[in-house]
Design a protein around this ligand. Structure first.
Ligand SMILES: *[C@@H]1O[C@H](CO)[C@@H](O)[C@H](O)[C@H]1NC(C)=O
Ligand SMILES: *[C@@H]1O[C@H](CO)[C@@H](O)[C@H](O)[C@H]1NC(C)=O
Length: 295
């Protein structure tokens, strides 16, 4: 997800950083102009997108998940058909129907992992909890992770100059693809499903996130045995939300109302240890051995 969380706005940061640079180098006038048209000038389609997407596809079908019968060329053609010659804000999720039909997948029950606003941690977690399956492990998620794309109505190629902010669009080509991929992924989920949420932010469960607006509604209580929520906060806090507090309580209400069984934990040891790998000196990472050093 990658970029798959609509509220995850990498581009705002880039904008902020570049604003500072501009301020320093060219003075206030340019900053004023940028602010007058905020977020308009924007990153375009990821350069070399075709090579990246095709390379990832061949890598996936050959090395990551061999045995799947996928036609990477056909998937690329369906992707182009969905995006090219379309206005950049008018690519709906349905445009990708043919592409997703070319990449049917089923996951193994009890292994589905959904997450929101825990992007950095999820990469470490997925690396150690190899049995868990995230959207980024599906062919579609794997192929399109972190990429940007759009076209123009009058263009038979991608727009490498600039693409709109996805909050500015009803049907943003990138957002629409992730919506559809997230929907497929959630519909497929079965057995125990793990949900990883960020306890260091307000609205750890956000109805506008991809999890809150797409995945949750497409989980099927008939297929899902338990929804196991894990709330994880930064080692240094802030400690804003936890099981039963804040928006997590809302999530639990929704799950109950829809007939799901659920559990919730806010001190998962593995998740703490993963954070400790990056900050071994942190006091939350001290072990008994540190307290009683053997000389
Ligand atoms: C929680 O969200 C904040 C803000 O986006 C982020 O900096 C932090 O890494 C996240 N924490 C975890 C544990 O994912
Ligand atoms: C599913 O989750 C429940 C509740 O956490 C747990 O008791 C059960 O052992 C889990 N089953 C599997 C197959 O992981």
């Amino acid at each position: 997800m990658p970029l798959h969380d609509p509220k995850y706005n990498k581009n705002c940061q880039i904008f902020a950083i570049s604003s500072v640079k501009v301020l320093i180098s060219t003075g206030l006038l340019v900053l004023f102009m940028m602010c007058a048209a905020p977020l308009r000038a924007h990153l375009g389609t990821t350069p070399n997108i075709k090579h990246i997407v095709m390379g990832r596809c061949f890598n996936y079908v050959t090395l990551v998940n061999p045995g799947g019968r996928f036609d990477c060329e056909e998937i690329w053609r369906a992707f182009e058909e969905a995006v090219l010659r379309q206005a950049s804000c008018e690519v709906a999720a349905e445009h990708y129907r043919r592409m997703f039909r070319a990449m049917p997948q089923t996951g193994t029950c009890d292994r589905f992992l959904l997450w929101s606003k825990t992007r950095k941690l999820i990469q470490d977690y997925a690396a150690v909890a190899r049995h868990l399956w995230t959207l980024e492990d599906t062919l579609a998620g794997y192929m399109f992770n972190d990429l940007i794309w759009c076209s123009q109505q009058e263009d038979s190629d991608f727009d490498f100059g600039s693409c709109p902010e996805w909050s500015a669009c009803l049907h943003h080509p990138v957002h629409s693809l992730w919506r559809q991929a997230s929907k497929n992924f959630a519909e497929m989920a079965c057995g125990n499903v793990t949900v990883l949420l960020n306890g260091s932010i307000e609205k750890a469960f956000n109805r506008n996130s991809m999890f809150g607006s797409v995945e949750l509604d497409n989980l099927n209580p008939q297929r899902v045995n338990y929804v196991n929520i894990k709330v994880v906060s930064n080692l240094d806090g802030p400690f804003i939300e936890s099981c039963g507090r804040g928006s997590i309580a809302d999530l639990i209400h929704i799950l109950q109302a829809r007939g799901f069984r659920w559990t919730c934990s806010d001190n998962d040891r593995i998740l703490t240890m993963l954070q400790c790998v990056h900050k071994p000196e942190h006091r939350a990472c001290r072990t008994c051995a540190d307290a009683h050093p053997v000389n």
